[in-house]
Design a protein around this ligand. Structure first.
Ligand code: NDP
Length: 324
């Protein structure tokens, strides 16, 4: 048995229940992981509300770090005693102990402590694939990144700035603007008080940007398309303000023959070699100090509901940990 956060129905933060959950022995290909730290991510909210449906009842949480306690038959990737971390399906990381498919686990190097790992695996590997694979951002380019002071956002600002990229970052308050700037964001736009399309046009001398990274979704979709250069790429990778409504693909023509993609980390790390390559690059960025993981909130795992409320109320910045 483990204590875990389980949902029995979709809904608000109140549906997150702290209860006993059976664990058992690892089967073939599985490892049992005892968590030392768990990461909070916006996808956990989508699972909780049912925007990304799960079969109920279901434990939730996509990211954790800890120690392998036992492995099942045929496991070669990890061994008992290894320090590991992951950002992967199936949901269930909001727990003291759990079973995981062993091929989704990554061994942690000495330079990366457990809390840093739990605060970065999902958000950091997301930045890695978005800036290196979805669109290969080049030094000297200017990109627009929404929610620049969030978990993904603060990692992206540092990563891109270390590459010599100019980052225009949107934020919901002046405090968040200062935080994003301190992490390498070149220009900040408070999209609660300023028109971000006009500001992007102003900063780029009317040219627009070659790529927009938009995880806000419904509220920024239209404006983001208007920030793109001809042949620009709209990377719609999240829905913090709600899902993007269905759109007319023909509308991309007059805006400059635009491209649109809707990527997910799970696709980009589905192959073991891609997972390991992405994690290794992230470990390198953090290990060499180019990216610092800002863990700005911690909660006891049993108080996950409050963490969800704060995330949805836009009260958090950087990464958030839940501690067993
Ligand atoms: P964040 O820490 O970035 O939190 C979300 C932020 O979105 C808020 O802090 C807020 O910042 C902004 N926001 C704008 N509008 C709203 C709104 N109406 N309600 C709530 N928040 C709003 O979360 P994460 O770093 O965990 O994730 C960032 C985004 O990236 C999420 O949308 C997530 O789903 C997505 N994501 C996608 C992945 C993929 O592979 N597709 C993988 C990982 C994350 P502000 O106040 O500054 O506007």
């Amino acid at each position: 048995m483990s204590k875990a956060i389980v949902i029995h129905e979709f809904g608000g933060a109140d549906v997150l229940k702290w209860e006993d959950f059976p664990v058992g022995e690892p089967g073939p290909g599985e490892a049992r992981v005892k968590h030392t730290a768990v990461g909070l991510n916006y996808i956990d909210v989508y699972h909780r509300t049912g925007l990304y449906p799960l079969q109920l009842p279901h434990p939730i949480g996509m990211e954790g770090a800890g120690v392998v306690e036992a492995v099942g038959e045929g496991v070669s990737e990890v061994a008992p005693g290894d320090r590991v971390a992951y950002a992967a399906n199936p949901p269930g990381s909001y727990s003291e102990v759990r079973l995981m498919p062993a091929h989704r686990l990554v061994k942690l190097p000495d330079a990366i402590d457990d809390r840093t790992a739990a605060g970065m695996m999902l958000q950091g590997m997301t930045v890695q694939y978005l800036v290196r694979r979805t669109y290969q951002v080049q030094p000297g380019e200017t990109v627009l990144w929404h929610a620049a002071a969030g978990g993904v956002g603060l990692i992206a600002c540092q990563w891109l700035s270390s590459m010599g990229v100019t980052v225009i970052g949107t934020v919901g308050s002046d405090e968040k603007a200062a935080l994003a700037k301190a992490h390498g964001c070149t220009h900040t736009v408070n999209y609660q008080t300023e028109n971000f399309v006009e500001r992007v046009k102003e900063i780029t001398d009317g040219k627009g940007v070659p790529v927009v990274y938009d995880s806000v979704g419904k509220d920024t979709w239209e404006g983001s398309l208007d920030c793109l250069q001809p042949l620009g790429l709209m990377v719609s990778f999240g829905n913090a303000s709600g899902a993007v409504p269905p759109f007319n693909v023909t509308s991309l023509a007059p805006k400059g023959s635009l491209y649109v993609t809707r990527p997910t980390l799970m696709t980009y790390t589905a192959k073991r070699e891609d997972l390991v390559a992405s994690a290794t690059e992230l470990f390198d960025m953090v290990g060499t100090g180019k990216v610092k993981i800002e863990i700005n909130q911690t909660y006891p795992l049993s108080e996950t509901a409050q963490a969800h409320r704060d995330l949805e109320a836009r009260k958090t910045t950087g990464s958030t940990l839940l501690l067993p």
